[in-house]
Design a protein around this ligand. Structure first.
Ligand code: ADP
Ligand code: MG
Length: 240
């Protein structure tokens, strides 16, 4: 090996691996007898600490990709890696732990538990590990952080859509996940509330150094430095 080659390979190995690497992933959904191919050899890289938008026409597989990244579903073929760990090759227990500890989910329709207060909703994902007064205090602080200090004991039905989604953000972020996945988190909100949701997501992402991967139809939410992944015909199209 020449000196140049060896220094190149050295610098290549010194690069931290991306947070997520998606390689040649296909996904075929099955509806009874019918096979619906959705992802057709999709590859992409999601850097650490990035703010990533997945865009594409309705039905193009944006939610499908998000579910695969969160290991809520498995690819038909291909591989997804989290750092140097392959999600496909994890045991069921390891995958459970990945979902529980590394990933925070935010859904379009909030998915809050209607009988529980805002604080208790934020604490729900921590229940398997057990909660503590410190954890509860952290949940309160997070709710204050997203402007809900005066809504701590309200139930979801007593909150507006924008407020419910802010509870969902606090819930997703409490365990300090490396990865936050948000499927059209502003889909049910008006543009002012939508803007605010992304503002909170960006602030928390910066403060906590997490990576956010989110789906939106609205280009107005894009900012300089964001990673935009556009799905067309089951693949990511190269950005111009
Ligand atoms: P998007 O989020 O971009 O609108 P989806 O990922 O939800 O798209 O869906 C992509 C395609 O796969 C759609 O045609 C949808 O009907 C189909 N699909 C999604 N989930 C399933 C499923 N669980 N079973 C069968 N088909 C599905
Ligand atoms: Mg979708």
């Amino acid at each position: 090996m020449t000196e140049t080659e060896s220094s190149q390979s050295l610098s290549a190995t010194m690069q931290p691996p991306p947070l997520l690497t998606v390689k040649d992933v296909t996904k075929v959904h099955r509806q009874g007898e019918v096979e619906v191919p959705v992802l057709r050899g999709l590859s992409c890289v999601i850097p650490e600490r990035a703010f990533v938008f997945i865009v594409g026409p309705s039905g193009s597989g944006k939610s499908t990709l998000l579910y695969l990244l969160g290991a809520l579903d498995a690819p038909t073929t291909g591989e997804i890696s989290f750092g140097s760990l392959s999600l496909n090759r994890m045991t069921a227990d390891e995958r459970d732990r990945y979902r529980r500890e590394e990933v925070g989910f935010i859904f379009q329709n909030f998915n809050l538990l209607s009988t529980m207060s805002a604080v208790d909703n934020v604490l729900v994902p921590s229940l398997p590990q057990g909660t503590s007064p410190e954890k509860r205090q952290e949940a309160v602080e997070l709710l204050k952080r997203v402007g809900l200090g005066h809504r701590l004991t309200h139930r979801p039905g007593q909150l507006s859509g924008g407020e419910q989604q802010r509870v969902a953000i606090a819930r997703a972020i409490l365990k300090r996940p490396k990865l936050v996945l948000a499927d059209e988190p502003t889909g049910e909100l008006d543009s002012e509330n939508g803007r605010q949701i992304f503002q909170y997501l960006r602030e928390l992402q910066r403060e906590r150094g997490s990576t956010v991967v989110t789906v939106t139809h609205d280009e107005r939410y894009f900012e300089e430095g964001d990673v935009i992944l556009e799905i067309r015909d089951g693949r990511i199209i190269p950005s111009s």
